[in-house]
Design a protein around this ligand. Structure first.
Ligand SMILES: [Zn+2]
Length: 146
């Protein structure tokens, strides 16, 4: 990788940290000219890492771990706190469908029991239907959409 990375630089005048590609000349917070020996707190490879590191550098040390966890979690698009994961749900449903991709509550319950899930097959089907994973074909028969 060429072109250099990004640096978190601490202004000697106001002690606030800011991000720079390479090294900057002026502090964006107080407008003072940066010393040539201004402290480089950390160097990172990407602008998104830089955003996190600048926020962390300007946060009191005792709050940093918490903030880091929140910032890094926010970068992920998949929510982690669902009671049953979307992917896990799809796998259980898939394992219970027949070769035509058709699912019944009677077919699903053993798959849930095998999985150790204490969830009722009908509840799971309701949930999957509301998320657009299943389309009802008849009274107790659903088509799995992939
Ligand atoms: Zn400054």
């Amino acid at each position: 990788m060429s072109g250099g990375g990004w640096n978190v630089v601490r202004c000697g005048a106001c002690s606030t940290c800011h991000g720079h590609r390479g090294t900057g000349r002026i502090c964006p917070h107080c407008g003072q000219k940066l010393q040539s020996d201004a402290e480089i707190v950390i160097s990172v490879a990407t602008a998104s890492e830089l955003r996190i590191e600048v926020a962390l550098a300007n946060t009191p040390e005792e709050l940093r771990d918490n903030l880091r966890a929140r910032l890094q979690t926010n970068q992920k698009l998949i929510q982690q706190d669902e009671p049953i994961s979307f992917q896990g749900l799809a796998q259980v449903l898939l394992s219970a469908t027949d070769e035509k991709g058709v699912l019944t509550a009677q077919g699903l319950q053993p798959a849930l029991d095998r999985n150790g899930d204490s969830i009722d097959a009908n509840d799971l089907i309701d949930m999957a239907e509301s998320q657009g994973m299943l389309v009802r074909l008849s009274v107790d028969c659903w088509q799995l959409l992939e």
